[in-house]
Ligand binder design. Structure first.
Ligand SMILES: [Zn+2]
Length: 262
């Protein structure tokens, strides 16, 4: 059974993984004045770069909270239809974000049909190279591909800061990715029982690398519900939720600083 969060003021929080969805503007309005101070709005397809850039620019101009931080990239599910001129589209998208942006969502998803894996590998390598060359942090989706992700990152001469989102991995893999500069984020949905491997991964993340996410709209009812992830994480790690919230906020600030977000 999940326990409610303790009453009182919760530490500020950052939702480091949220997508475009119907009524996002309304959802963000609902989050105004709450504990969520920043939301990373993550692209899955190149067609989303424009709408994400516009929404981020609008909230930045209005100076509202939560602050939106864009992430531009092509998700492995869309690798077979990734545009040929992707780097050009990324260049243009990053030019719209003078306060910084992340690269993502990129990665490898080997739960997808085998025929797509070669296109996924090529796209992942291409986008990792872009992140390394432009000193961008990369938001990584990895399903049944953790060893391949580690190998691809290790092969880079300059390694980007990594944000591994909803990663189901062994404790040993978590530690090896942390040694490569990885941060890790989980939503309440991803940690719901019986997801034993995901829960064990969340318990194994080093204290200074843990982040939280809503994964809205598929992973939660609202970006404002990101705090729900604190409940299972506090249980799994054996610490009070309010103490964990403060630690995760400090980690979020350190991650954004490492990612060059000002
Ligand atoms: Zn995602």
């Amino acid at each position: 059974m999940t326990k409610p969060l303790p009453p009182g003021d919760l530490s500020p929080l950052a939702d480091v993984h949220c997508h475009l969805g119907e009524n996002l503007a309304r959802e963000l309005q609902l989050a105004q004045g709450g504990s969520v101070r920043a939301v990373v709005l993550t692209a899955a397809r190149a067609e989303e770069f424009g709408p994400i850039a516009k929404l981020c620019a609008d909230t930045c101009a209005a100076d509202t909270r939560p602050r939106l931080i864009p992430a531009f990239g092509v998700h492995p599910w869309y690798a077979p239809s990734a545009p040929e001129n992707l780097e050009e589209l990324l260049d243009r998208a990053f030019d719209t974000a003078p306060l910084g942006a992340l690269l993502g969502e990129i990665g490898l998803d080997f739960a997808r049909p085998k025929e797509e894996h070669a296109a996924q590998r090529a796209l992942f390598r291409r986008q990792l190279a872009y992140a390394a060359c432009c000193a961008l942090a990369a938001v990584v989706h990895s399903v049944r591909s953790v060893e391949e992700v580690i190998a691809e990152v290790k092969a880079l001469r300059r390694r980007p800061v990594l944000l591994l989102h909803a990663l189901s991995a062994s404790a040993d893999q978590i530690h090896r990715l942390a040694a490569l500069g990885g941060y890790f984020s989980f939503s309440a949905h991803a940690l719901a029982p019986p997801r034993r491997r995901m829960r064990a991964a969340a318990a194994a993340v080093p204290d200074d690398r843990l982040l939280i996410e809503s994964d809205w709209p598929s992973g939660s009812d609202s970006p404002a519900a990101v705090a729900d992830a604190l409940v299972p994480l506090a249980e799994l790690r054996g610490v009070p939720a309010d103490e964990l919230a403060r630690r995760i906020w400090a980690n979020s600030r350190r991650f954004f600083a490492a990612a060059g977000i000002i």
